[in-house]
Design a protein. Structure first.
Length: 69
């Protein structure tokens, strides 16, 4: 077999394997991004930005000033 042909076949096989590995990595990356997007959506949906908690009715803490982060 010609050395140049053998090298070309070897290079083609190597590139095919590298492309397959890259595709698998990109699929895992996309799945991770999708999971993060779902989690962020859930966190934002659970945060009720319009409602403020009421002041405490008794005790020495939280009865005068209503602050929260």
């Amino acid at each position: 077999m010609d050395v140049a042909a053998s090298n070309a076949v070897s290079t083609a096989l190597y590139m095919n394997q590298a492309q397959t590995a890259e595709q698998a990595q990109m699929q895992m990356f996309r799945q991770a991004l999708d999971v993060q997007a779902e989690q962020i959506t859930e966190v934002l949906a659970s945060a009720d930005t319009g409602a403020q908690p009421n002041l405490a009715q008794e005790g020495s803490v939280g009865t005068q000033v209503n602050t929260y982060a």
